[in-house]
Design a protein around this ligand. Structure first.
Ligand SMILES: NC(=O)c1ccc[n+]([C@@H]2O[C@H](COP(=O)([O-])OP(=O)(O)OC[C@H]3O[C@@H](n4cnc5c(N)ncnc54)[C@H](OP(=O)(O)O)[C@@H]3O)[C@@H](O)[C@H]2O)c1
Length: 352
């Protein structure tokens, strides 16, 4: 990893100054750094990264870390708590003030809330189904009925609705660029059985995380029928399984390292290709969708682009089916989201 980073660093030192700012692609990201690496290697395609983060100190740390690694990179910060509709409106207002166009929006921020880890499930799966243990979230017991201050299902608000509001508010900036892209980080754990349109905010009984990721898939694909005519393309991706804070936060320090070793072992010894293990590998599918020619990506219309690794840790992208994608269900979901958005626009006096 250090060798790889040093190699990247050397390349980045050779990064040429950008002559024409109008050709720089603007990417609003709720978390990622691969695009700076790409900019460092490709003088013909440069990105300005706008980190959309909820915590100013962490955002500045991330910005400094990126600028240290990618000398001459273009990195800005905009503050947003995606689980708060009010904050998303404010963030979009700020983005509109700073930019007159956007090329990419990465809907990447996400939470997997947890009341406790069910160690009996861990033990059972470890013995009878290690593959399930390493690829699913069964052992994470999620809170039921938790809502935000604005009254939305917590996971729904953060993983889905905040991003949906952001897209709708910034559509006019996406329209200004050719082949602009919206990239939704979903999950390989997104399952249709955990999504119930009647309880789409997953406040009652559904597993809120899996429900939110199923919705992410439906929205990511469904937006295309409305936005493609404006040259805007929307994609679902997933990072495989990586040892990031989303699960590590619930496991504690020791088990967090245990997880890392488990993922690595599952990839090396069981050949589980979804065990991407690191953030860098996990972000590959997002990077791929951001940088590949649009025609190549559109061949995979109702698919999700996933990050995968071989036993030796070499990362690649593969496409996965979106289980039973259903246009009628997706349309009904959009109706609900749009109605909710209208209510919030009235509440916060936002013009559509
Ligand atoms: N890791 C995996 O195995 C895996 C698998 C499938 C899907 N995913 C998805 O990948 C995406 C990235 O997750 P990750 O694994 O990289 O986890 P992570 O390390 O926990 O990163 C999540 C990011 O989301 C941000 N975030 C959370 N709530 C937010 C809010 N209300 N407003 C603004 N930002 C917020 C976090 O910011 P803070 O720094 O402020 O906390 C953090 O930067 C998520 O959508 C996740 O569901 C991950």
């Amino acid at each position: 990893m250090n060798k790889k980073r040093n190699k990247r660093k050397k390349r980045n030192e050779r990064n040429k100054p950008i002559k024409d700012m109008s050709t720089v692609k603007i990417a609003l990201i709720t978390g990622a750094n691969r695009l700076l690496d790409h900019s460092a290697k490709n003088t013909n395609e440069q990105f300005k990264i706008v980190l959309a983060c909820r915590n100013k100190t962490r955002a500045i740390d991330a910005q400094n870390a990126l600028l240290k690694e990618f000398t001459g990179g273009l990195v800005e910060i905009v503050l947003v708590d995606v689980s708060s509709v009010k904050s998303v409106f404010e963030c979009c207002k700020e983005v509109k003030k700073r930019f007159n166009r956007i090329d990419l929006i990465f809907c990447n921020a996400g939470i997997l809330p947890c009341t406790h880890v069910d160690w009996s499930v861990v033990a059972k799966q470890l013995v009878f189904s290690p593959i399930a243990l390493m690829s699913r979230t069964d052992c994470i017991v999620q809170p039921v009925g938790k809502t935000t201050a604005e009254g939305l299902g917590e996971t729904f608000a953060c993983n889905v609705f905040g991003h949906y509001v952001m897209i709708r508010e910034l559509e006019n900036l996406l329209i200004k660029t050719k082949n602009s892209r919206i990239i939704w980080t979903s999950s390989c754990t997104a399952t249709k059985e955990n999504f119930n349109l009647e309880d789409y905010q997953a406040i009652k009984e559904n597993a809120p995380y899996e429900s939110s990721k199923r919705m992410t898939d439906l929205i990511a694909i469904g937006l295309n029928s409305r936005l493609n005519k404006h040259d805007i393309y929307s994609f679902a991706t997933h990072p495989g399984i990586a040892a990031t804070n989303i699960v590590r936060d619930h496991l504690g320090w020791v088990m967090g390292y245990g997880m890392l070793i488990g993922l690595f072992a599952a990839r090396t010894f069981l050949g589980m290709r979804n065990q991407t293990v690191t953030n860098w590998n996990g972000s590959y599918s997002n990077y791929y969708v951001a940088t590949q020619p649009i025609d190549l990506l559109n061949n995979a219309a109702i698919k999700k682009f996933g990050s995968y690794c071989n036993r030796f840790g070499e990362v690649y992208v593969d496409t996965d089916d979106i289980e039973d994608y259903n246009e009628v269900e997706t349309e009904a979901l959009f109706n609900k989201l749009n109605k909710l958005l209208d209510e919030f626009r009235v509440k916060y006096n936002i013009k559509s």
